[in-house]
Design a protein around this ligand. Sequence first.
Ligand code: NAD
Ligand code: ZN
Length: 356
Amino acid sequence: MFRNFPMISRVVYGRGSFDQIDEILAERRRPGRDSVVFVVDDVFDGAPLADRVPVRDGDVLLWANVDVEPKTSYVDEMTDLARAAAGDEPAGIVGIGGGSVMDLAKAISLMLTNPGSSADYQGWDLIGHAAVYHVGIPTLSGTGAEVSRTAVLTGPDKKLGLNSDHTVFDQVVLDPDLIADAPDRQRFYTGMDCFIHCVESLEGTYLNAFSEAYGSKALDLCREVFLGERTPESDEKLMMASFFGGMSIAYSQVGVAHATSYGLSYVLGLKHGEGNCVAFNHLEEFYPEGVEEFHRMAELAGVDLPTGVTGGLSDSEMERMMDVSLGMAPLWENALGPDWREHMPRDRLRALYERM
Ligand code: NAD
Ligand code: ZN
């Protein structure tokens, strides 16, 4: 079966476009259904951006803390807060932040219209009812969460997204000014998520002309950003790279770095971008050119990559990590082909993890 995915209905792009949100939301407000819930990364609490969030009377601003990546319990808690303040069907949910806050906003918009806990919907196409109108506004670029049809959540027994057509944002606002002040290390980790999306998509067996077109453009942009001088245009390029990288993997798949990184996140709590970098650092046997370029990018960015992270793990933790990783069958299949299980026996995977 060929993929038949919805696209984001509307996209605004440009420096300063953040200030257009009030106007965009005004079109969505209806009598009796006029409040908007803003879900904003609490890193902006007290920052100038906070004063620019167009909160009108009757709207709600929820500060989101993403010191740990979103959990299903946190989504449920935030959904209750949103419902208590704005009713079952607010005019819209607006997520302002990195991949974590965008995923939170997507998940809240889904959980306002679907009963139970968000943990019940971790998987593919389990969502029955359309979400509340939802808007994504990235303040970090790289994850592609602004375009994807998933909201990645850690639940009681798995880290898995709410993957559905309803998850996709109705509106995205891409304002390169918003990513300008992100700390360098975070910018690197999240940016490398995009670089790795491109390499894994372009080197994968699922590649097709659609994914190739987006992925190769995104890869060029990543090279300009992370191998060249930083200029004001770098933020514009990085923002577009993230968007295109997300489009590329939507129609192909990621590969070995993501498959192993999910295990690192689950067992060690490493964040998505950092986990990918820890993994990709040792994947030259799969992606020789990509890893060589990645090393140059890390050096130019002055980022020392963590090593030895799996050193203190018990045998059962190592086994759990391998189970999580080997559970990502499509990622392995994309990377190594249909008989990937023969190419990636547990002892090979263990040796790979031991190097990290
Ligand atoms: P993030 O959203 O987890 O944020 C990382 C840190 O940067 C946080 O401390 C945050 O407060 C801070 N931050 C965000 N914007 C900032 C800014 N402009 N200035 C200063 N600090 C800022 O980081 P991320 O890498 O964008 O997202 C990772 C998350 O995205 C993970 O939860 C991962 O699971 C998810 N993800 C989702 C998808 C998807 O398709 N839905 C894809 C990849 C990753
Ligand atoms: Zn990723």
